[in-house]
Design a protein around this ligand. Structure first.
Ligand code: 13P
Length: 255
């Protein structure tokens, strides 16, 4: 198991992206529940589409599986066709939400500013945000990675107070490693996670920086999870493709 301090129990989260109907989500979760041991050593979360959240929550029942939304809007209600608000997630009983995924940034115009508005609203409504950051290949090759990550954190977490920050999780997802089969080496991932933790210390304080979990995402598979999670600043994984089948995802949970 991971070398993380006890307050940073590993979190293995599956981001299903635009896969699975409600019925498929429920069937998956029934299978995963059978695989999970009673002495589970990691926190486990799944992020279905909005349309599958309710059946996922019902299937998860009182199992340890946490259910996350993949996005949330910052206004409580109003004329915002197609959006879903914090009170709507609260009403379902959803307690976790992914914010600022690179696919939202790339295809749907998400910026650090809109990420920040979503984070502030989510925290105010008692949700636990998993805030995603990460550099493009061009930025990495131009040696801008650390600058990009610190700017994404500074702007994305602006005005978050120290008390609310306890509910944060950060996910480092280098864009060049998402869905490409090209995982960051453990050294590259650990180095970025260290930079992120140092920036969290500057934004909040040392105690919070040591408390907040930082997940790695980008082609995580059962074969590479243990090495990544053994790094001192990697506290879990945000898994796309390898979370779509319960037995494969369990291979990561049981790293
Ligand atoms: P893959 O695991 O498919 O590379 O996706 C990572 C990701 O984007 C998780 O949010």
């Amino acid at each position: 198991m991971s070398a993380s301090p006890p307050n940073r129990r590993p979190l293995i989260a599956g981001n299903w992206k635009m896969y699975k109907t409600g019925a498929e989500a429920a069937a998956y979760i029934e299978q995963l529940k059978l695989l999970l041991p009673s002495n589970l050593e990691a926190d486990v979360a799944l992020a279905p589409s909005f349309t599958a959240l309710e059946s996922a929550l019902m299937a998860a029942g009182d199992s340890p599986i946490l259910i996350a939304a993949q996005n949330v809007f910052w206004e409580d209600e109003g004329a915002y066709t197609g959006e879903v608000s914090v009170p709507m997630l609260n009403g379902l009983g959803v307690e976790w939400v992914i914010i600022g995924h690179s696919e939202r940034r790339q295809y749907f115009g998400e910026t650090d500013e809109t990420v920040n508005r979503r984070v502030i609203a989510a925290l105010a409504g008692g949700l636990n945000p998993i805030v995603c950051i990460g550099e493009t290949l061009e930025q990495r090759e131009a040696n801008q990675t650390f600058q990009v990550l610190t700017a994404q954190l500074k702007e994305g977490l602006a005005e978050v107070d120290n008390r609310a920050a306890q509910s944060l999780t950060i996910a480092y997802e280098p864009i060049w490693a998402i869905g490409t089969g090209r995982t960051a080496t453990t050294e590259i991932a650990q180095e970025a996670h260290r930079v992120i933790r140092d920036e969290l210390e500057r934004i909040f304080n040392k105690e919070l920086a040591n408390y907040i979990r930082i997940l790695y995402g980008g082609s995580v598979k059962p074969e590479n999870a243990a090495a990544l999670l053994a790094q001192p600043d990697i506290d879990g994984a945000l898994v796309g493709g390898a979370s779509l089948k319960p037995d494969v995802f369990y291979g990561i949970i049981n790293f």
